[in-house]
Design a protein around this ligand. Structure first.
Ligand SMILES: [Zn+2]
Length: 438
């Protein structure tokens, strides 16, 4: 017992050297409560000090493994001699003896709004407990890790991918535990297993372990163990299934989030376009796909070209200026507000400004339509994709009270939100039929 517990730490907690982490924890809490209740003064304090000192070491996986290996680390017992049996290291989760234990830390990410934290889930594991622990940590991260800016997503992806590839390891500690087990199985008379563990120990980074492992192998070979060529399967080998499960967890949530934002921005763009054109644009666009073929205008049409109307221009007249801020061409129609008769129609190319001048006094309404192709005859669009009308009729009256006649200049910007001057106005929607009336 003393060899397995050189400083009496297990004894102080009243547990066996093979105790699981859980058993050690509950033993500590039980003792801590007892010393508090049963004793008083200095005696209680010193007992408590002893218990908590033992607990400090044994509750820490790394320090416990170091403590367990303390006596045997670099000593090579003779296979012939009878040694006190040493316990091999057992898994801190399931408590079962595992020939090839490893220290592994998996990370779990929790985040909320602007707060992200990474907490490790660590221990000395057998391979199957480690696999389970890794999946659990990644799953928790998948549920709780994403929800903060800006670090939630990158931390979660990195953590889950790292968990998938075996978590964070401590190679030096792993080598020490392997060597400890090689010696432990030797003291238990399991020479084959001892030999099998000594073989990988010969590849350790620690020179002391390498030397001792070489001696142990030599002695076991002298006993004829070598001819069985014992070797262990590596239970820690990464499996495609496990890695891909982690990778799926790593990228499923960001994938969904990205897909959501892409879909959202696409629907935003669509709604932006529907704002830029009158409502009929949406209604008309769908049927425009099935409208019969209309031959197009083959002559290039200049910006500002008059396409029709009966306007007789006067020398002193009013002006209409249109800036076409959209990405398609436009036709502007000036109609008599009362009769609806077309006074003038002119073409405003995309992104251009065009004027109509010499408009005589009268009451007018201004209509517009968008399209990309002029139809045969070059007077209207083959593909009208929306038409509108400025909301109120305009009285254009020449003011002759001053020294010079004062005329009006109407300025409109068509596209997103038509505006006259600084005042924003909403156009009325009209049908393409109404727009194309002569
Ligand atoms: Zn286990």
């Amino acid at each position: 017992m003393k060899d397995m517990d050189p400083q009496g730490l297990y004894e102080a907690l009243g547990v066996q050297p093979s105790a699981t982490a859980k058993e050690i924890k509950s033993a500590f809490w039980r003792l801590a409560q007892q010393t508090h209740q049963d004793m008083s003064g200095a005696k209680s304090a010193s007992k408590f000090h002893e218990v908590s000192k033992a607990y400090d070491v044994l509750n820490d996986f790394v320090r416990r493994a170091e403590y367990d290996g303390l006596q045997y680390q670099k000593a090579v017992p003779e296979p012939e001699l009878q040694y006190e049996v040493i316990n091999p290291i057992s898994c801190s989760r399931c408590g079962s003896v595992t020939p090839q234990p490893r220290y592994v830390a998996f990370s779990r990410v929790y985040s909320f709004l602007f707060w992200t934290t990474c907490s490790p889930s660590e221990g000395i594991f057998c391979a199957s407990c480690a696999r389970r622990e890794g999946l659990k940590s990644s799953f928790i991260t998948m549920l709780a890790g994403w929800w903060a800016a800006p670090w939630g997503i990158p931390y979660s992806v990195v953590s889950i991918v790292r968990n998938g590839f075996g978590g964070k390891r401590d190679r030096k500690l792993d080598e020490e535990m392997l060597w400890h087990n090689a010696v432990a199985f030797l003291t238990r008379g399991n020479f084959l297993l001892s030999y099998a563990l000594a073989v990988p120990s010969k590849r350790a980074r620690d020179k002391g372990i390498v030397e001792c492992a070489a001696i142990l192998i030599e002695r076991l070979e002298e006993k004829g163990i070598g001819r069985y060529r014992p070797h262990l399967k590596d239970p820690w080998r990464l499996s495609v299934g496990t890695v891909s499960t982690h990778l799926f967890m790593a990228f499923s949530v960001p994938g969904i989030i990205v897909a959501f934002f892409v879909a959202d921005s696409m629907s935003r763009r669509a709604s932006f376009e529907s704002y830029s054109l009158p409502q009929t644009a949406l209604l008309e666009r769908a049927p425009s796909v099935v409208t019969p073929y209309v031959p197009n205008c083959t002559i290039p049409v200049q910006n500002g070209k008059i396409l029709g109307g009966r306007l007789w221009t006067s020398e002193v007249g009013h002006e209409l200026e249109i800036y076409n801020g959209s990405k398609v061409d436009a036709i502007i129609k000036l109609r008599d507000a009362v009769s609806g008769v077309l006074v003038s129609a002119f073409f405003v190319a995309r992104g251009q400004t065009a004027q109509l001048s010499g408009i005589p006094d009268g009451q007018y309404k201004v209509q517009y339509a968008f399209g990309t192709q002029l139809a045969l005859g070059c007077q209207g669009f083959a593909d009208t994709i929306g038409a509108g009308e400025m909301p109120s009729a305009k009285f254009l009256v020449t003011d002759i009270s001053g020294t010079q006649p004062a005329t009006t200049k109407l300025v409109y910007r068509i596209a997103k939100t038509p505006a006259t001057g600084d005042r924003e106005i909403s156009p009325l929607t009209i049908s393409p039929e109404e727009f194309s009336r002569p």
